[in-house]
Write a new protein. Structure first.
Length: 227
């Protein structure tokens, strides 16, 4: 039997309580990229109130059909700089900041969108994000050039491997980088959010202190192919 969305949700909630050192601080972001509006509505009806999308155009087409009022919208994909206006108009969170150019554009628009800085903790060339050793300098630059941004924490993607130790190492590295950044906290910069863990590796991320899980297929089943 294929588990229902509700069963998957209950399993993930139970995992959060079983594995996280601070379950009450964990937000589940249901990643609905390539899933239709009907799936987003099902999620919301079950009480899911954070949805993640990775393409602006696709997301806006879906929110046009149903704005799903009350839902907190997370952008988790690669952002082109000509999409910043749409981002700040339609989303509450950006998980994937890794270019000063994007930061400047968000700052110019005086947006208070919540932001996580993406770090490439695995070194995989196909992955976005800053190199771990560049994050501190990036934060210093943000503080100088874009001090009013609402920086909330860090985001990473686990490496594509079965090796649990490598995955754990990547998540632990993100936490260590975040620890160092505590000294850079200001009125609008804090580093308390750790967006890490997807369907295949969220249990490890929970053990390593994730505060935001980004889960799609583990809730909704296999994702439809790109049209
Ligand atoms: C698609 C995606 C996810 C969710 O992946 P699943 O395997 O469906 O859980 C999480 N984070 C990012 C950045 C993604 O693009």
């Amino acid at each position: 039997m294929i588990p229902t969305l509700e069963e998957n949700l209950n399993r993930i909630k139970a995992d959060i309580h079983r594995l996280s050192p601070h379950p009450d601080k964990v937000t589940l972001v249901a990643v609905t990229k390539r899933f239709p509006v009907s799936v987003m509505q099902q999620a919301v009806n079950l009480g899911i109130d954070n949805l993640g999308e990775s393409r602006i155009q696709e997301a806006l087409e879906k929110f046009e059909k149903d704005p799903l009022s009350g839902v907190i919208r997370h952008f988790i994909g690669v952002l082109q700089s000509n999409k910043v206006q749409k981002l700040v108009d339609h989303f509450h969170w950006l998980h994937s900041l890794d270019h000063i150019k994007i930061a400047r554009k968000i700052y110019e628009k005086e947006s208070s969108i919540n932001i996580c800085i993406q770090v490439n903790t695995s070194g995989e060339k196909t992955k976005s994000g800053l190199r771990p050793e560049s994050v501190q300098d990036f934060v210093k630059t943000l503080q100088k050039e874009t001090p009013g941004l609402h920086i909330q924490g860090l985001m990473t993607m686990g490496p594509l491997t079965e090796d649990e130790n490598k995955i754990r190492h990547a998540f632990r590295l993100l936490r260590e980088i975040g620890d160092v950044l505590q000294t850079y906290e200001t009125d609008t910069f804090s580093f308390r959010e750790y967006s890490m863990g997807m369907s295949s590796d969220y249990r490890i991320a929970l053990e390593e202190g994730a505060t935001m899980l980004r889960i799609g297929q583990g809730l909704f089943g296999p994702r439809p192919e790109n049209q």
